[in-house]
Design a protein around this ligand. Structure first.
Ligand code: UT7
Length: 326
């Protein structure tokens, strides 16, 4: 069977680091509270000159270089993002042009923080079906641009980064083995950027009411996320005749250490088989799983033949899981 194999991986985070201590000077919070409730110690934020496509481009270029793939070999670019440079053209289109992928189609996937799993799933289907040979999947966000730095419930979490993988058709055992995507629009109000779209176009009033920032009912998101996350992980494992004990590594969406720990407890996995970098990155939305995968690889936590589970959840609600043989 043809698998979509990851032949190159890249990641990029802006240089500027925003610490908990700095946030403590902006809103009523503390390093102690943030670490205890989220596990986050610091996060990267873009400077004024950087937009999402700039981050995406750096991660994608690194993935291409490591894969030793020329831009002209890319057949399709799929970018998961909720904070594209603008409403249109798509961020994928901008990346396509900047990279010089002259024969690539391109699309953005809007699935909030599940954009990593969604983009990977879409990209891998094109490869597995034989439609395309080489696909670039990216997750990129400038969540700081939709963060209200007067709202302590969200500003401590959200951050900026990008990650990318190059997928290529392979007849070997390694590659994306399976993916699952889920959504449930009943939970739309729990995490929402209310203005800037066709429902509430940008007006002075929407700006004055701070409606262009992400709003979240954190505690409710937390409860739904723990349940969805665990369900998705268990379902993809059982459909493939596997248990969590077969996993070499679990790479969850890095939103909150407590959510990760709850999911891991349910899976009965020891924490040394779980990749965590939320402490240094915060929640980077659709970039999160890609950035964690890249760090897992560069820190030699991934070995050939390893079975890896990735899972993410996000606003919408959207969630999903992907099973990978490294
Ligand atoms: O990718 C998906 C994106 N979203 C998430 O994954 C978010 C999931 N949710 C969370 O991570 C957590 O719900 C939060 C970290 C946002 C909040 O933690 P929590 O333990 O659920 O706290 P809470 O919302 O139940 O609030 C408890 C208290 C409240 O004060 P009162 O009403 O008890 O007086 C909040 O106002 O903590 C207060 N609080 C804070 N205090 C200090 C909320 N945020 C902060 C803060 N610093 N940053």
């Amino acid at each position: 069977m043809t698998h979509a194999r990851i032949i190159g991986i890249g990641a990029y985070a802006p240089k500027r680091i925003l610490t908990n201590a700095e946030l403590g000077r902006m809103v009523e919070t503390s390093d102690e509270w943030i670490v205890q409730r989220t596990g986050i110690r610091e996060r990267h934020v873009a400077d004024e000159s950087e937009a999402t496509s700039d981050l995406a481009l750096k991660a994608a270029q690194q993935a291409l270089d490591r894969a030793q793939v020329e831009p002209g070999e890319i057949d399709l670019i799929v970018v998961g993002t909720t904070t594209g440079d603008m409403a249109f053209p798509t961020t994928a289109n901008i990346v396509q042009h900047q990279l010089g992928c002259k024969s690539a189609g391109s699309m953005d996937v809007y699935a909030a923080c599940s954009g990593s799993i969604y983009s990977l799933s879409i990209g891998s289907q094109y490869v597995q079906t034989g439609k395309y040979k080489t696909v670039l999947c990216v997750g990129a966000e400038c969540l700081s641009r939709i963060t209200d730095y007067t709202d302590r419930g969200t500003c401590i979490l959200l951050a900026d980064a990008a990650g990318a993988v190059v997928l290529r058709a392979s007849d070997g055992d390694a590659g994306i083995l399976d993916t699952d995507l889920y959504s449930d629009g009943r939970y739309g109000d729990l995490l929402i950027q209310p203005a800037g779209g066709s429902r509430n176009p940008a007006t002075h009033e929407t700006v004055d009411k701070r409606m262009h920032y992400a709003r979240m009912k954190g505690n409710e998101v937390f409860k739904v996320a723990v349940r969805m996350f665990g369900d998705a992980a268990e379902r993809i494992l059982s459909r493939n005749g596997l248990t969590a004990q077969d996993l070499a590594l679990f790479i969850p969406h890095q939103a909150n250490l407590r959510i990760i720990e709850a999911a891991v407890k349910r899976l009965k996995l020891p924490m040394d088989r779980v990749f965590v970098n939320v402490d240094r990155y915060g929640n980077t939305g659709a970039a999160s799983v890609y950035v964690a995968l890249e760090e897992a690889w560069t820190s030699k936590r991934l070995n050939p033949g390893d079975l890896v589970l990735m899972a993410a959840f996000g606003g919408g609600f959207t969630w999903g899981a992907a099973l990978l043989r490294w």
